[in-house]
Design a protein around this ligand. Structure first.
Ligand SMILES: NC(=O)c1ccc[n+]([C@@H]2O[C@H](COP(=O)([O-])OP(=O)(O)OC[C@H]3O[C@@H](n4cnc5c(N)ncnc54)[C@H](OP(=O)(O)O)[C@@H]3O)[C@@H](O)[C@H]2O)c1
Length: 252
């Protein structure tokens, strides 16, 4: 089988890092992006390379769509330089931040930051990378359980994720002629740095969510990383335009 290559945005920490490692365990080469944590990204690259798989880290601000043309050019050069390829196979639009602010108080600046990172960013980043995504390739976007159930403070964040779910349908429809699938994974609450690490570090919150989860605990990065590696497996190539929630049965 030819070497598969995945681009993982936000691969320096949390779910993106875990997914990159799980994909690498399946032999998938990784181009991961980071925003500010260069050293963390380099450490992930080393960890992947210890598994005998090639990886590299590129800086990217998904909130800055003006930078995407240059980023795509850099990806093209690296594909050629490292793999002697002019395409990659999987795009995981994962990078993101959490802002918790009540609907009555959230500012326009906070809204703009969320929309740029969580909707406009993946919308246009994918558009810029499409010429490099192989025919028959895969797009996997990342949503949240918060599009199905409402928790106070997440109106803007969850609305952007909802927009990504709609976009995923349209990507599947319009890119089907190239054999490209588009799906979206919706994790429940997971212990990462996300939103200041609240799910991991706030014991009361952790317990409360565990109590509302059928499997009796909050999610761990491994729960999502391994799901992503499965969702991008060849055996699921016929799955298209789907929202797949991976939450242990949160708020059911
Ligand atoms: N954790 C959860 O409970 C949860 C639940 C549902 C959905 N999600 C979604 O899962 C995704 C990953 O979250 P996580 O929990 O892994 O978060 P995390 O641990 O905080 O990691 C965030 C990642 O995104 C990158 N990033 C942040 N802002 C960026 C920007 N402006 N441009 C480019 N990259 C940026 C970070 O890069 P640096 O390391 O360089 O800062 C880091 O790699 C997000 O889309 C989030 O909305 C998370």
């Amino acid at each position: 089988m030819t070497q598969r290559i995945a681009i993982v945005t936000g691969g320096s920490r949390g779910l993106g890092k875990n997914a990159a490692l799980k994909l690498a365990e399946k032999g998938v080469a990784i181009i991961l992006t980071y925003h500010s944590k260069h050293q963390d990204a380099d450490a992930v690259v080393r960890e992947i390379e210890e598994k005998g798989v090639k990886a590299l880290a590129l800086q990217l601000n998904v909130g800055d769509s003006a930078s995407f043309a240059a980023f795509a050019k850099e990806v093209k050069q690296q594909l050629q330089h490292v793999w002697q390829r002019d395409s990659f196979d999987y795009l995981l639009n994962n990078a993101g931040i959490g802002i918790n602010a009540p609907y009555t108080e959230i500012s326009e600046a906070q809204f703009d930051e969320l929309v740029n990172i969580h909707f406009k960013g993946p919308f246009f980043l994918t558009q810029h990378l499409l010429p490099l995504l192989k025919d028959g390739g895969r797009i996997l976007n990342v949503s949240s359980g918060l599009t199905r159930f409402a928790l106070p403070g997440y109106s803007a964040y969850a609305a952007m994720k909802g927009a990504m779910e709609v976009l995923t349908h349209y990507q599947a429809k319009e890119l089907g002629e190239r054999g490209i699938t588009a799906n979206i994974i919706a994790p429940g609450a997971i212990e990462t740095d996300f939103g200041g690490g609240a799910v991991r570090d706030n014991e009361a919150l952790n317990r409360a969510i565990a109590g509302q989860t059928a499997l009796g605990r909050v999610g761990l990065p491994d729960d999502i990383g391994q799901a992503i590696a499965i969702l991008l497996d060849d055996g699921l190539g016929w799955m298209n335009a789907q929202r797949i929630e991976v939450s242990g049965g949160m708020y059911i």
